[in-house]
Structure formats: C-alpha cells, structure tokens
Design a protein around this ligand. Structure first.
Ligand code: NAD
Ligand code: ZN
Length: 341
C-alpha cells in the first residue's frame, strides 16, 4: 500500500510502498480517506532533536485521520464493516493502575500512533478497536479528520469552568484557535489569544476569539486595560510552548486563576514561582484527550453548532504531500488535509 514514511534520517518525508498492516484479534482495519498534518508531523518532517531521539527508521507517520472500517479481528464487538471512524492516537496498556481505574488518558505506558507504531499516513491503518471512535453521520469527513487536535483543544479548554470567565490563550496555532472557538461556544466572556503570526491571529478572530494580540507589536497589559479587565484572567490555556508566553500568562492571571498547559516547552523553562504561589494559581498539565469523554464532547460540540470548517484552509491529494508540508511549515495555514481516496 501507499504510505508516507520517514525513510531517511534527514529533513523530509517520502511517499513509499509498504506492507498492508496485519489485523490482530482485537483490532480494526481502517481504510484511510483523509488525513491532516499535525505540528508533531512537522517536527518529524524537520527532523529536530526530539524526532531524532523518538522516531524509528522507516516509520509511517501521521495520526489525524478519518476512514472506514474495512476489517476487524474475531474478538471485536460494537463495530461494523463500513463504519466511518477516527481514532484515539494514544494506545494505552489496559493493565496499569490508571487504566484499570478508568483514567485511561493517564496511562503510564502510552504509545503513539505515527510516533511509536505505524501511523495513519497510509492507505490502511490498524488500531485496537478500543481506540476507534464512530463518527456520527452529520459530521463531515473533513471535520472528523481533525478530531485528534480538536480533542487537544477540547480537553484543555474544558479543564476548567469557562462560563462568564475571561480566558487567555497563548499561541494561535490550530489547537489554540480551536480552543478559542470552544471557549466562546461554551460561554466565556473575553477570549484573548496571543501569537506573533498575523495570519493565525486573523483566523482566531474568524473563529470567535474576542481579541487577538500580536505580542511582537502590542502589550497584553494594554489590551487588558482596553477591555476593562482590572484584575486579570480567570483561566489560562497555554498552547504555544513558548516560555515567554507562559510567563506573560502567569503575570496576567487573577489570583486564584487556573491554567491548563498543553504547549510543550523546547527544554527547561524558567518559571516565576512567586506568581504561582502568591496568587494561589492552579496549574494542570494536559496530555492528549480523555478517553473517551473528550471524543463524545467533540461530537456534541459540532452537533450543537460549533463550526470548525474555517480551520481547514488547504486540502490536496496525498501525491501533493510536499506542498502540504511546505504550507504547514510556513505557518500561513490552519489545518492542511491530504486526501487518500
Ligand atoms: P503550533 O506550533 O502550530 O502553535 C504554536 C503557536 O505559538 C504558533 O502559531 C506560534 O506562532 C505561536 N507563538 C510563537 N511565539 C509566541 C509567543 N511569544 N506568544 C504567543 N504565541 C507564540 O502548535 P499546535 O499544533 O497548535 O500545538 C500547540 C502546542 O501544543 C505545541 O507546543 C504542541 O507541541 C503542543 N501539543 C501538545 C499536546 C499534548 O498532548 N500536550 C498535543 C498536541 C500538541
Ligand atoms: Zn495503562
């Protein structure tokens, strides 16, 4: 089958022919229809230090997708051939304490589709049926193909009560922008989002952010004055992984504020702990999505009118994958979709 794989230990990704994956007794075989390019795929493409230390030679990458169930193992229940599915990319062990307690998203033995095991940038993907999520009929393929990063946005944004709250989101990447849309949809008051990329800040406004701040040109504290915010943000969603963005968040939070951290800092990050301690801040780390509560909430948010379609700015056949990666690397895009069928 056709697949996009990391064939060489250098920047790039290559379209290749590989074996169709084998289906175990508890697995589903998914024929991939559409995939989306994630920031993680860009790290793998650029072959940064993390990728060099993590990605095995020849790995088929990708973990954002929608497809159709075309086969399944003898032990699988609850799925039928032809079901339209996306899937949770974190494969969990099932036997650690958290898995057995139902806190599956906190499994200590998680492995990643398209990172530690073959991914979705292929004509076929095999995952445990446990990880597959059936897509309701009224949710289109394009939207379903970005459920994985949408899930990061939903899990992070819904970590704390947002109703009537003032929310700061640092980082208007695809996930930050979708988090802004979720925050508005569920009833936040001011949703202020920061970045240094004008294209993405505009997209964030289109998606419902109340104020977009280019921190290379404007001071966040000036914007707070303009909005009449005298005490600070109630909830912070860190979605940039940039240390200066996190520190500006700490300094603009109200006392008792709550922060959910999704962005991954490049290395050790200095933190002004006095802000955390004397303001009594609560900080929660976020990894992935809750299984499968986040997935149900994603479907419901779309069905209750949240429109993610402006997020998908580019779509092309997989043969044009190079163009797709170039666009993602440029930062001048929302989500980029590759069509497999
Ligand atoms: P992204 O890289 O597209 O977005 C990050 C954004 O931060 C970019 O638009 C960038 O321009 C912006 N930025 C740069 N400097 C800034 C500054 N000083 N202030 C504010 N913004 C600034 O990434 P994404 O795909 O949207 O993901 C967001 C973050 O979440 C990344 O750090 C990613 O690695 C991380 N992530 C974590 C998980 C998890 O499970 N914890 C999952 C997916 C992604
Ligand atoms: Zn586990």
């Amino acid at each position: 089958m056709k697949a996009l794989a990391k064939l060489k230990a250098e920047p790039g990704i290559w379209l290749t022919e590989t074996e169709k994956p084998e289906v175990g007794p508890n697995d589903v075989l998914i024929r991939i229809k559409k995939t989306a390019i994630c920031g993680t795929d860009v790290h793998i493409y650029k072959w940064d230090e993390w990728a060099q230390n993590t990605i095995p030679h020849g790995m088929v990458v990708g973990h954002e997708y929608v497809g159709v169930v075309e086969g399944m193992g003898s032990e699988v229940r609850g799925f039928q051939i032809g079901d339209r599915v996306s899937g949770e990319g974190h494969i969990t062990c099932g036997h650690c304490r958290n898995c057995r307690a139902g806190r599956v998203h906190l499994c200590r033995n998680t492995t990643g589709v398209g990172v530690n095991r073959p991914g979705a940038f292929a004509e076929y993907l095999v995952i445990p049926a446990f990880n597959a999520f059936k897509i309701p009929d009224n949710i289109p393929d394009n939207i379903a193909s970005i459920f994985d990063p949408f899930g990061n946005a939903v899990h992070t944004a819904l970590s704390f009560d947002l109703v009537g709250e003032d929310v700061l989101i640092t980082g208007a990447g695809p996930i930050g922008i979708m988090a802004a849309a979720v925050a508005r949809h569920v009833g936040a008051r001011h949703v202020v989002i920061t970045d240094v990329n004008p294209y993405r800040l505009q997209l964030a406004l289109d998606m419902g952010a109340t104020r977009a701040v280019d921190v290379s040109k404007e001071k966040l504290t000036d914007v707070m004055k303009e909005l009449g915010m005298t005490e600070g943000f109630d909830v912070g969603l860190e979605m940039s992984g940039v240390p200066s963005a996190f520190n500006s968040m700490l300094s603009t939070m109200n006392h008792g504020g709550k922060i959910a951290m999704l962005g991954i800092p490049p290395s050790d990050m200095a933190v002004d702990w006095n802000q955390v301690i004397f303001k009594g801040l609560i900080i929660k780390g976020i990894y992935g999505r809750e299984m499968f509560e986040t997935w149900y909430k994603m479907a419901s948010l779309i069905q209750s009118g949240l429109d993610l379609s402006p997020m998908i700015t580019h779509e092309m056949p997989v043969d044009n994958y190079q163009e797709g990666f170039d666009i993602m690397c440029s930062g001048q895009s929302g989500k980029v979709i590759l069509n497999w069928s």
